[in-house]
Write a new protein. Structure first.
Length: 415
């Protein structure tokens, strides 16, 4: 679809973006995948392990929880409440852990850890999953998170669970895990994208010795029901798949989309958009770099998809969003407003939404039709001002890049 030569109205742009919207639950499964069960709760040999619940023992921690197996339903039930440690005035944790010789998961390297779960506390934001591999003492590593000597090898990542009564599959890319995290908060001290040495490897996935489910670092009631824990990798391994760039006559980007996009976006390997493009284009290649998609967008509320879960992956304070192709900084949020206001703006529209103080002026431009581009030619989304003033409604796929190594530290923002 080619836009007319006359500028599109704001209403028209909204319609175009809305027409591209699909529910995240439909788009969550992006490729045919093969799975390897690690833990189930149906009594099956080789995947049945004893999970034990542990309450926060640190300095008089008051968090409490339970773990039990619903034999009739074949699922585990993790339930409790995280409260502040009195002496620290900060939330503690509860967790359920199982030790054993789990299935060889090395074939899933480059894929995902998959949790089949449901929750009656979907607003709880402190859920985390962890597994120990490549360590001589799994429980020691999973207590310290690499913060003390010889405690590497317990890999942890956040996840969230959508509301609903049905079990859903939550995919956590292995690239989201790190074995360096704070034992006080559970937050990663070094991410996989920052330092590849903290990432799981095929070798470590071959020998998983411990699996843990956490409610940590966030006060509140937590309830999680778990039917299975498995690993999955696309039927065509990422190492063998060649992502196609748009044909030259339609390509707008100055290079290919980065590997290992943040927020789990590299897992979106099919172009979920309403116009035909090369089937080997990833969602990011299609939305960010193919001019045929100029007035369309990634699926609405993609940032809420279980494997993306943007809000759970935002940095403390201000998060910088980088170009998915060239890595230049594009937006920083929240700026001159609260995180709650940024979330409300985003939730109202269905795509990450930024205000003037959050825009990196030197790298973000709009054309006469209100289409937003980066200085690298990457299509970013739409400029859609509202009653509050200028607003940039942006495709997360296009601002999920890793920072360019030599990107300038001095950036100018709209004020």
């Amino acid at each position: 679809l080619t836009p007319s030569s006359s500028p599109l109205s704001v209403d028209s742009l909204v319609v175009f973006r809305m027409r591209a919207a699909v529910t995240f639950a439909v788009g969550a499964a992006c490729a045919t995948a093969s799975g390897i069960d690690l833990a189930t709760f149906d009594g099956k040999a080789g995947t049945t392990f004893k999970f034990v619940e542990l309450n926060d023992p640190v300095m008089g921690g008051k968090s409490t929880g339970t773990w039990q197996v619903d034999a009739a339903g074949n699922f585990g039930v993790f339930d409790g409440e995280v409260v502040n440690v009195p002496s620290l005035r900060a939330p503690g944790f509860i967790k359920a852990a199982a030790d054993g010789q789990f299935a060889d998961a090395s074939a899933a390297f480059g894929g995902d850890l998959v949790l089949e779960v449901r929750s009656s506390t979907p607003d709880y934001t402190g859920f985390r999953a962890a597994f120990a591999a490549g360590t001589m003492s799994p429980s020691y590593a999973c207590a310290a998170g690499g913060s003390i000597p010889l405690s590497r090898g317990c890999f942890k990542a956040k996840f969230s669970v959508p509301a609903g009564q049905d079990f859903v599959q939550i995919r956590i890319p292995f690239s989201d895990f790190s074995d360096k995290w704070s034992p006080a908060t559970g937050e990663q001290s070094t991410t996989c994208e920052q330092d590849k040495s903290v990432c799981p490897t095929a070798s470590s996935l071959k020998g998983i010795k411990r699996i843990e489910l956490w409610a940590e670092g966030v006060a509140g009631k937590a309830h999680l029901e778990v039917r299975s824990i498995s690993v999955e990798v696309p039927s065509t391994p990422a190492a063998l798949r060649v992502a196609a760039r748009p044909p030259a006559e339609f390509g707008t980007c100055k290079g290919p989309v980065q590997d290992g996009l943040r927020f789990g976006l590299s897992g979106r390997t099919t172009p979920d958009i309403p116009v035909p493009v090369d089937e080997d284009e990833t969602l990011a290649e299609a939305v960010c770099c193919d001019s045929r998609i100029k007035v369309y967008a990634e699926p609405r509320f993609l940032y809420q998809a279980p494997e993306v879960s943007l809000y759970s992956k935002l940095e403390a304070g201000v998060t910088t969003f980088y170009d998915s192709v060239c890595g230049v900084p594009l937006f920083r949020a929240p700026m001159n407003r609260t995180l709650a206001e940024f979330k409300a703006d985003t939730d109202e529209h269905g795509w990450p939404s930024f205000r003037p103080a959050e825009v990196v002026k030197e790298h973000v431009t709009e054309d006469k039709d209100g289409i937003v581009y980066s200085s690298c030619g990457t299509h970013l989304g739409s400029y859609l001002p509202d009653e509050k003033g200028p607003r940039w409604c942006i495709d997360l796929s296009c601002v999920a890049g890793n920072p360019k190594a030599d990107a300038s530290k001095l950036v100018v923002y709209y004020m």
